[in-house]
Design a protein around this ligand. Sequence first.
Ligand code: SAH
Length: 395
Amino acid sequence: MYSIKLKKGKEKAVRQLHPWVFSGAIDQIKGNPKNGDVVMVTDSNNGFLAYGFFNDKSRVAVRLLEWNVETEINEDWWRHKIRKAVQSRENLANEDTNTYRLIFSEADFIPGLIVDRYADFLSVQVLTSGIERIKPIIIDELQKLLDPKGIFDRSDASARAHEGMDASSGGILAGLEPPEFVSVKENGILYHVNIADGQKSGFYCDQRDNRRLVANYSNGKKILDCFSYSGGFSLNAFRAGAKEVMSVDSSALAIDTLKRNIEINGFNHIPHRLIQSDVNKQLRIFREENEKFDLIILDPPKYAPSRSALTKASRAYKDLNRLAMLLLTEGGLLATFSCSGAVDISIFKQILAWAALDAGREVQFIDQFAQPSDHPVRSSFPEGEYLKGLLCRVS
Ligand code: SAH
């Protein structure tokens, strides 16, 4: 087996079970491993540390898999990891919910593999060259475990590019082609998901628990759902007795899907407005129109893709939250999220404190949101924690 010797002092993170070895930590590559090969990582004295996937095109040169020298990474090892991840989600499936994440990359000890369940269909993302090699094993094991109608490839091209991989050809990996809209259920609400063309892998299942929590505050309220996508927060608010809901998203496909979702759930009779617009622009328009809301949801895309983008992203979060605070009634609620890993909860609170000062409002944090159990955070891999949110009372 090829081996990778680390520079002196660089073994510490590996010993602490962190799953990444950056290229700068490498002293010597013994042999000529190809991308996707399993290699042995050693300390500067050639002592065994761990096994992992090699990739010289990635900033993360080795993604670690196994810390026990005697364990061989073979087909059985992979099947076992897949089985464990899938079985750990069994408690999530019930008659109200048939969509959730089955496998979440490093968080499930399978770096570069993401699998989402959409009722009878599975959507798979293959984001590392090591995973690309074992794709047939993955597909076979998923079929054995779940017997899906079809498995679809939705690998994100830009994530693959970071690994020096070509955009995947996509398409059907096994079974049937999914219909244009797969009908799924989350917390008893129906959604049409476009597996082939929708954003991410079609649906943001990481907000499942938070949609329900925010709905608890929706009864009788006038609500603004910003960055609504297919309506996760809006639909939960409708069901919880919202008086009126406005949903804003810049994507035509998102608004179109939300419209369908309102219909299939029979929420047409509740006053609503679907606005295809840039949120920042729309919030300013509402301000000019003197529009006020009792509850505003802000679920923007990732503003800080890396730590280096933190300053710029903090400003963008602050400005967005400031604008929303100005539109709230006295004592109104702001449910605000950040899915940037670089913005941790304490930074996020600080940003909101600045926004409140600029808006001339007083803010109380009354609840906190996180990512759900199908998006676990490994204690050795804090980078896997990305989604956080705060419920603020604004007076
Ligand atoms: N809240 C959604 C998920 C939001 S994902 C849910 O529960 O499913 C982020 C969304 O923001 C995407 O739908 C994207 O189309 C939209 N978006 C990105 N930038 C935007 C902008 N500047 N203005 C409005 N919408 C935007």
